[in-house]
Ligand binder design. Structure first.
Ligand code: UCC
Ligand code: FAD
Length: 582
């Protein structure tokens, strides 16, 4: 007879320890800096609204956001009987996000202006709580906000009146989202060189568009703004920026069916942002309304770019904050070498370095939103407007880079679990990578900073130096004397650089553009930290970095024309280009 020592059908034993999971709390209540900022500037009603919304994000929205990631959109091109339908199928959670966005007034808040110039800050604070749990519904919201802004700027006449009321509605049954179709196969940065889409005027004053839009995010949207070249009576189009006009187009009919004249070629297969349906679209006779003067397309869509770039900053800052908050929760639960990892000073130092980046970026975001609010309520001084023009590209380009670095470090705070798909952290890193690409790459935004300087004939830079006087506040705090000294010194070096730069050629200026933008960002963050007196520790830490990289690089000869040709030999060593084959 056989003697059984163990039951033949027992469960496998995998041990008794299971790590307690870090959970999302009310992100408003966990954010001391946000609370302090709002309490200073906005009535208590706003704090109450955000506390309530923080609970809603925690209890309802966060799991919907996860569902959006796990149930990505798909494209059904044909029905069972072979008819072309181009149906973009999104999950219930994504649809629910649209309703929630309307209910919470995530766009409406900015246009109702209940809190006058501070309405933008209120809206941005809400988006900041929402973004990391939104399943990237913030992407269509950014473009919706941008479209509303363009319409408000141009004047909501004719069909735009209806569009504006839908875009800014709090009624989920009426709320519309918008797309922003600027990129074609030939180029997304160089829109003027890349746009091949043509527009033919019809007898009723509308246009039909023919072209191929290479990237169109949130293609489930109700409408879009897009660029095209008008064909004149001789069948000619004007090339370059001056040939581009801006058009408004309804994307689907009342039943949600894609309009005739729009064919969805395919959905993009992306590294991240998989929650968002991003498609390639063929426009083959799509009906549209011209909404800018002829040839003023780029200039007219610029106000949309300002808004979407600020939304990009919201996403960058919010995802840094979320990863840090989750890492904070984890550090109290995870034990290593006999104690919670929060009690290992090196781990806390790592988190402090992330924290200072997130705080700096947060203050910059709020300052940009404040300036935007002033501009929209006609309360901005000329200096405020110039500063807004400067800070928008600077903040977009820098916070995108910060977010990738901080989130990457943040994942490491969870050890191997940070790398696992099902913990939900991997998606945050994947999604952050796009922040430096869409709405203008880092270099394109750095060049936009130069554009703002040239176009304003230096007024924008004067506004920057004038705002730097806020540092006075910090100089009165004795602990900060040495930091203020470092900052003043860096400002002086920057001033000297800009004087020298006036006599330099285009190549030098382009080579310096990125470091110049970084310098402006690093220095403007210092006075924002100085204004918030509770940020003394942040300021001390922030000042430990090189405060004027553009000066250092220039002294090292990095912007000389000779450096450009050396870079070419260095980068393309071994490439056919240097062997004269290309
Ligand atoms: O990526 C996209 C959507 C992604 C999904 C949404 C995500 C939102 C964030 C959500 C977070 C979750 S949509 C595609 C975005 N594409 C870009 O950003 C394009 C990048 N390229 C540029 O930014 C270029 O600099 C261009 C295309 C804007 C300009 O190129 P040009 O042809 O060289 O332009 P010009 O000739 O220099 O400028 C034409 C006019 C000028 O005005 P005028 O004619 O009055 O002198 C410029 O001053 O446009 C004006 N302008 C601006 N004005 C150009 N840029 C600006 C600006 N930033 N602000 C004000
Ligand atoms: P390119 O312009 O070819 O740039 C390639 C590289 O060259 C970049 O590193 C760039 O910085 C660099 N470069 C180019 N010119 C210069 C210069 N003068 N000096 C220095 N460096 C330079 N677009 C839309 O219109 N609507 C959308 O909804 C949309 N959704 C998107 C969604 C996703 C997920 C992604 C990834 C992109 C989306 N885009 C959308 C497109 C996006 O805006 C473009 O990809 C972006 O603007 C860059 O354009 P490009 O891809 O043509 O790159």
């Amino acid at each position: 007879r056989e003697r059984l020592l163990k039951a033949p059908f027992a469960r496998t034993e995998t041990g008794t320890f299971f790590q307690e999971q870090p959970r999302i709390g009310n992100q408003y209540l966990e954010d001391g800096l946000l609370q302090r900022y709002l309490k200073v500037h906005l009535p208590p009603k706003v704090s109450q609204d955000l506390e309530r919304f923080g609970s809603r994000v925690m209890d309802e929205i966060d799991s919907l956001g996860r569902e959006c990631e796990l149930t990505p959109p798909r494209l059904q091109q044909y029905d069972a009987w072979g008819r072309r339908v181009d149906h973009i199928i999104t999950c219930m959670a994504w649809k629910r996000m649209k309703e929630i966005s309307a209910e919470e007034g995530l766009i409406a808040e900015a246009y109702e202006r209940r809190y006058s110039s501070w309405s933008r800050v209120h809206q941005v604070a809400k988006l900041y709580l929402y973004a990391p749990s939104s399943g990237l519904f913030t992407c269509p919201l950014a473009m919706t906000d941008g479209a509303a802004k363009v319409i408000e700027t141009l004047g909501s006449l004719g069909p735009l009146e209806e569009a504006f009321s839908h875009l800014t509605s709090r009624d989920p049954t009426k709320f519309w989202t918008s797309g922003q179709w600027m990129t074609e196969r030939k180029g997304g940065s160089d829109v003027a060189g890349g746009t091949e889409t043509v527009a033919r005027e019809q007898s009723d004053g509308t246009y039909i568009l023919h072209g191929f839009k290479w990237f169109t995010s949130a293609t489930d949207s109700d409408m879009t703004l897009t660029l095209a070249r008008i064909v004149d009576a001789r069948g000619q189009v004007e090339q370059g920026s001056r040939g581009l006009s801006l058009f408004y187009m309804k994307v689907r009919d009342e039943e949600g069916k894609v309009n005739d004249g729009i064919e969805v070629q395919r959905l993009k297969e992306k590294l991240g942002t998989r929650q968002v349906p991003t498609a390639e679209l063929l426009l083959d006779g799509a009906k549209a309304y011209r909404i800018s003067a002829e040839g003023r397309g780029v200039a007219s869509i610029a106000s949309m770019l300002t808004i979407t770039r600020i939304h990009n900053v919201v996403s960058a800052v919010a995802s840094m904050r979320r990863v840090i908050n989750m890492a904070r929760a984890y550090a109290t639960k995870r034990v290593a070498f006999g104690k919670p990892i929060k009690d290992h000073p090196l781990h806390t130092q790592t988190m402090a370095r992330m924290e200072v980046q997130a705080r700096g970026a947060f203050l910059l975001l709020m300052e940009t939103a404040r300036l935007l609010g002033l501009e929209e309520t006609s309360m901005a001084t000329e200096q405020d407007q110039d500063l807004l023009r400067l800070l928008t590209p600077v903040a977009k380009l820098y916070t995108g880079k910060q977010a990738i670095a901080v989130i990457s470090e943040g994942l490491e705070c969870f050890g191997g679990q940070g790398y696992m798909e099902d913990t939900g952290f991997a998606v945050v890193l994947r999604d952050a990578q796009v922040l430096t690409i869409w709405e203008g790459t880092t270099n394109i935004l750095a060049l936009d900073v130069l554009r703002s300087l040239t176009k304003s004939q230096g007024k924008v830079l004067a506004a920057f130096f004038s705002a730097a006087q806020k540092l006075e506040l910090a100089s009165r705090i004795s602990d900060l004397e040495s930091s203020v000294q470092l900052i003043q010194n860096a400002l002086h070096r920057l001033g000297q650089f800009t004087q020298r730069a006036g006599s330099k050629g285009t190549v030098t200026m382009q080579l310096a553009a990125r470091d110049f933008a970084y310098t402006l960002l690093i220095l403007s963050t210092t006075w924002m930290m100085a204004v918030d007196k509770t940020c003394a520790h942040s300021l001390l830490r922030w000042c430990q970095q090189d405060l004027c990289p553009v000066d250092k690089e220039e002294r090292a000869g990095c912007y000389d024309e000779a450096a450009a040709s050396m870079d070419t030999s260095f980068v393309y060593e071994g490439s056919p280009i240097l062997k004269g084959k290309l």
